[in-house]
Design a protein around this ligand. Structure first.
Ligand code: V47
Length: 367
């Protein structure tokens, strides 16, 4: 009966390709996004997901720190950034950052996710001293920090190549790069919404440079604003092509636009259907990405649990302190305990794996 339905589905050719493990094309990606048949799309994404990750669903005990909200560029979608002289502008000093880590490190913290605005007033030494100080106090803590856009900004500001910045940072203790700043690679839209920051081509170039230096990175797509499906598909295929070259991407995270307190608010919130479809199509197109993350802060814990059947195999982690999405209207909590993360995964019927930053197993819970 189900076979019969699938044969009649407008997606039947794509169903055949996915079952045969064939790579999907631009047209396939577009057709998937245009289809209203979320169940079939989800079933296909789930097949691809289970082929790669079985019944495993990952989470990490992590801490997010946004070291500064002062930013030289003014992206239309950003609710977090402040001008240099704004009364709400802040920059954390090294001791404040160390103190935030000290407060939670005994909870089994394995990953620090640290990003910030493009602050023109900080010296290069701030970053090197910061990385070294964190590593000195927390030698086992993995530092996942600075987006490709930040690396580009540092290179320009301090008169270095991006490769030199990455080499210096790696030596000082950097472990990997988070996926932010990718926004949309489409140059026209990027220019409109993300101003003068690094182009899509530059973002990709820096990610590939990091990979060649042995620094893995994540990747993202900011969706649910002015971009159309073709822009999403091209973005995903550019990432797939880069991954074919280097193999250095660990995880892809589709980022749902949040509309409060920024200048694109009239675009409104994304819907649950679009969130699930975007995760599922990402899983199907990014056949060379090991992991797809449903970031619970952004999707809500409930939807990220469902997303574990729409292509996602990771729900991020404890987080503890989140500003970027909460400034933009997210109503989720700031933190989830390990117990809650495990319960979300287990009640979805998946096997909860506490992972390290590089997806190494920290603990398999009750298997
Ligand atoms: O680069 C900013 C996005 C990103 C809004 O690598 C917004 O594991 C939606 O990249 N609505 C930062 N999105 C977050 C990020 C991330 C998050 C979780 C895990 C990982 C990872 C990376 O957030 C920014 C930008 O693309 N963003 N404002 C907004 N209003």
């Amino acid at each position: 009966m189900i076979d019969l339905l699938l044969e009649k589905s407008e997606l039947s050719l794509i169903v055949d390709k996915v079952e045969a493990g064939e790579r999907l094309s631009y047209e396939d990606g577009l057709r998937l996004f245009q289809s209203q048949d979320l169940n079939t799309i989800g079933m296909l994404a789930n097949l691809a997901r289970e082929r790669k990750n079985g019944n495993k669903a990952y989470f990490v005990t992590n801490l997010h720190i946004d070291y500064t909200n002062i930013c030289a560029v003014d992206c239309l979608f950003c609710s977090f950034r402040r001008d240099v002289d704004h009364p709400e502008g802040y920059t954390l000093d090294i001791n404040q950052i160390l103190e935030k880590i000290r407060k939670v490190r005994d909870q089994g913290l394995t990953e620090l996710h640290m990003v910030g605005g493009l602050n023109p007033d900080l010296p290069y030494d701030y970053y090197l001293k910061l990385l070294k100080a964190i590593k000195e106090e927390n030698p086992k803590l993995h530092i996942k920090a600075f987006t490709c856009v930040e690396v580009d900004f540092f290179a320009q500001l301090y008169g270095k190549t991006a490769e030199q910045v990455l080499r210096d940072f790696k030596e000082a203790g950097l472990g990997s790069l988070p996926g932010g700043g990718a926004e949309v690679f489409d140059e026209k839209i990027r220019k409109k919404i993300a101003g003068e920051k690094a182009t899509g081509a530059r973002w990709l170039e820096i990610a590939k440079t990091a990979h060649r230096l042995g620094i893995p990175t994540n990747a993202t797509l900011l969706y649910g604003h002015v971009e159309k499906y073709d822009v999403r598909v091209r973005h995903l295929l550019q990432l797939r092509e880069a991954q074919d070259e280097t193999g250095g991407f660990l995880c892809f995270i589709p980022l749902a636009y949040h509309p409060e307190n920024n200048r694109m608010g009239k675009m409104g919130w994304t819907t649950g259907i679009d969130d699930l479809k975007t995760l599922a199509v990402s899983r199907l197109l990014l056949d060379n990405f090991p992991h797809i993350k449903a970031y619970w802060i952004m999707l809500t814990p409930a939807l990220s649990q469902i997303a574990l059947f729409y292509g996602a195999d990771d729900i991020d982690g404890s987080v503890i302190e989140e500003k970027i999405y909460h400034d933009a209207g997210a109503k989720t909590q700031d933190a989830l305990t390990r117990e809650t993360l495990i319960r979300l995964i287990r009640e979805a019927g998946r096997d909860p794996i506490e992972r390290g930053a590089l997806y190494q197993v920290v603990k398999m819970w009750d298997l």
